[in-house]
Design a protein around this ligand. Structure first.
Ligand code: GDG
Length: 482
């Protein structure tokens, strides 16, 4: 990190907390949270220290942090976690409804799933205000704040009103849709105005930046400087830029080189090779944007078009339960289970079944070990801001053997050019690309992986953080010298 950066002044603000304490029977267990935002930022904050403000969502969270404050990671504290406690009504209105049934599907351009209600927006605003109030209390004078995502779109503007001395960067992790779609949000102007409270606004891809700037021009009629990607106000300006998020490739390499995971990975390979099967893998939160059902349809098509692969592939499908308070998510989970069972019934023979459906999360080292052991991985998102799984799979491929099948509509496709791209809604194209990928000779696979590995080595999560934080620091310094 740049030496001019003051690490202790950094406050990260997210909806999801990095450490959740759950009450199970009479004891409290700490759960690992799955999800891109946390897996990206926790290692960074551990390195730079500072503070993290988030919703205390665990049933044991109040017990371990009676005043809402907890040092984490619990076994080796590195930074302070400030938990915001929400009532069940607040959780519903802010999280389950406005964020997850409104902004989430709309941003992924799935209009039919999108629902907005005025009273949910009121709750969304109240909760954004709660986050801002706590942050305003703890942020040092002229400090730097790094807030995140579609749960907290109003936060930047509110914190600016409360604390004009701080510099704010906000990163939007999911796609930003074209204005023709975004304007369907009844509060689209408030949302964009809220975000423009930040000094730096980050998106995953240049396309997202372009779409956002169009929303500023057309929705708010504010002038935009398209050359410098800035929105200018009388006393300040907002810089809008793409900062594609990434992974800690060195940590992943170390993880899969550890003796325990290496032994486990070798045993898996040995088993697969002795049974003459190829190991495929997918890892997703059980979300409809991830194209899990579409992938099952494509796999069915694949085994029909290319019957020579029957009995030769085992596909491990890890689906982590998510947003289970929302009915649609529970239904999806059930459908994925049913469809996997149907495919297994349809194709099973001689004790072989194509799909191993694992409806739960795995610990991270094992997950990375599976990525190393796999012959191929499939990421089939309909839309995805980035998709860290794609980058993690490549990072773990130290033996240069695997191939990555990657939806062309995931943000990661713009960077991982050597992956095998496909249209997730075109089962035939998907099946053909899978066959093509599996027939690729080993030397070409190795070349493709090495090129992608090199790209990730040059664009790590630390580079991502560094770029944003450095820009943020410059703003903080300019505020301090006012
Ligand atoms: C949002 C955007 C963007 C998954 N299962 C397990 C597990 N995971 C970890 C993965 C990965 C993360 O969760 C998932 O990240 P993604 O990027 O794939 O997806 P979202 O959760 O939708 O994240 C996305 C991201 O934010 C970052 O900006 O890329 O587009 O939608 O790290 O490895 N981790 C463990 N066990 C599991 O079973 N330990």
């Amino acid at each position: 990190m740049d030496s001019s950066y003051q690490p202790r002044s950094l406050v990260v603000v997210t909806n999801r907390e990095p450490y959740v304490d759950e009450k199970i029977a009479n004891s409290i267990r700490r759960l690992e949270t799955a999800g891109g935002v946390v897996s990206a930022l926790d290692p960074v904050l551990q390195q730079v220290h500072g503070a993290w403000v988030a919703w205390g969502s665990g049933s044991g969270d109040r017990d371990t942090a009676p005043h809402g404050v907890r040092m984490v990671p619990p076994q080796a504290p590195q930074y302070t976690l400030h938990r915001i406690f929400l009532s069940p009504e607040e959780v519903n209105g802010y999280y389950n409804h406005y964020a997850n049934q409104g902004l989430w599907p709309l941003s992924h351009m799935l209009i039919e799933r999108t629902k907005f209600a005025r009273e949910d927006f009121q709750t969304y605003r109240t909760v954004n205000r709660k986050f801002a109030r706590r942050t305003a209390q703890i942020a040092p004078q002229n400090g730097a704040i790094f807030s995140h995502d579609y749960h907290l779109a109003l936060f930047p503007r509110i914190i600016r009103e409360m604390r004009p001395d701080v510099a704010v960067a906000h990163f939007w992790h999911i796609p930003w849709p074209p204005f023709t779609i975004f304007r369907l949000c009844p509060q689209h102007q408030e949302i964009v105005r809220g975000l423009l409270g930040a000094d730096i606004l980050g998106f995953q891809t240049p396309q997202d930046v372009d779409n956002f700037l169009t929303a500023v021009e057309r929705g708010l009629k504010y002038p935009v400087d398209r050359e410098t990607h800035t929105v200018k106000f009388p006393n300040r300006e907002v810089t809008v830029r793409d900062y594609p998020i990434s992974v800690d490739i060195t940590a992943i390499e170390k993880m899969v080189e550890g003796p325990r995971i290496r032994r486990w990975t070798r045993a898996l390979r040995h088993k697969a090779e002795s049974q003459q099967v190829m190991l495929g893998i997918s890892v997703d939160r059980g979300d409809y944007t991830k194209g899990i059902l579409q992938r099952l349809t494509a796999l069915e098509e694949f085994f029909e078009r290319y019957p020579e692969y029957q009995e030769r592939i085992v596909f491990l499908q890890i689906v982590v339960p998510t947003r289970t308070a929302v009915r649609e998510y529970r239904l999806l989970h059930q459908k994925v289970t049913e469809e996997s069972a149907r495919l297994n019934r349809k194709f099973s023979r001689n004790g072989w079944q194509p799909i191993i459906h694992v409806p739960r999360s795995l610990d991270r080292p094992r997950l990375m070990g599976l990525f190393r052991a796999a012959d191929f991985a499939i990421v089939s998102s309909l839309f995805d801001g980035m998709n860290l799984v794609a980058k993690e799979f490549i990072s773990a491929q130290l033996d240069n053997r695997g191939v990555l099948l990657l939806s062309e509509t995931a943000g990661a496709a713009a960077e991982l050019e050597e992956a095998f791209h496909f249209n997730p809604l075109d089962a035939g194209n998907f099946a053909d690309q899978l066959a093509r990928a599996l027939q690729t000779p080993l030397n070409e696979r190795a070349q493709r992986i090495q090129m992608m590995r090199q790209h990730i080595h040059h664009h790590t999560i630390y580079d991502w953080m560094h770029q944003i934080v450095e820009a943020l620091d410059q703003v903080a310094q300019s505020y301090a010298s006012r």
